[in-house]
Design a protein around this ligand. Structure first.
Ligand code: HEM
Length: 138
């Protein structure tokens, strides 16, 4: 390669590399913007949050429980914990972006995850008293 062709090639290659990097960044940003749950918040509430929370409420006043029951409660509490994080992501329908974009919404969802985290610990220690107190505000 002579010096003229080298002088032309270097800036061209640098430009191509920069465009490549920029393309990657733009693609990543648009992927983040578009990420949504494949279901509505209402469906997440009914199928995930409420479905896992109900047996935890019941457990607070039901006394005799086998090891298997406690393991099931731990799984349900984990589902509730991750459910709290999931409802901070918009679901299907335009209105959900408005909800999930609110600070109070995210704070309520975080409270829910924190309470569920306490329920996980209570189930691991097989402690009915702690299960009952898991929902108290931290
Ligand atoms: C253990 C805690 C919770 C339980 C048991 C629960 C349960 C439910 C249930 C049963 C529904 C009705 C679903 C239906 O229409 O069939 C619902 C709806 C709803 N929940 Fe929750 N929820 C909880 C926590 C939260 C939190 C933390 C938020 C906000 C961050 C929230 C926001 C909403 C909203 C906005 C709706 C209406 C959704 C719609 O109509 O599209 N919930 N929830």
């Amino acid at each position: 390669m002579n010096s003229i062709s080298r002088a032309v090639h270097k800036p061209v290659l640098t430009l191509v590399a920069l465009l490549f990097l920029l393309g990657g960044c733009i693609q990543q940003a648009s992927q983040q913007e578009e990420f949504r749950l494949p279901i509505s918040i209402n469906e997440a509430m009914a199928s995930l949050i409420n479905h896992s929370a109900d047996p935890i409420w019941v457990a607070a006043w039901k006394n005799s429980r086998s090891d298997e029951d406690w393991r099931e409660l731990e799984h349900l509490a984990r589902q509730l914990q991750v459910g709290g994080a999931l409802i901070t992501i918009p679901g299907t329908g335009p209105v959900y972006t408005m909800w999930t974009g609110r600070t109070e919404w995210v704070e309520y969802a975080e409270e829910l995850s924190a309470a569920a985290g306490r329920a996980v610990n209570a189930a691991r220690s097989k402690d009915v008293e702690l299960i009952a107190r898991a929902g108290e505000l931290s």
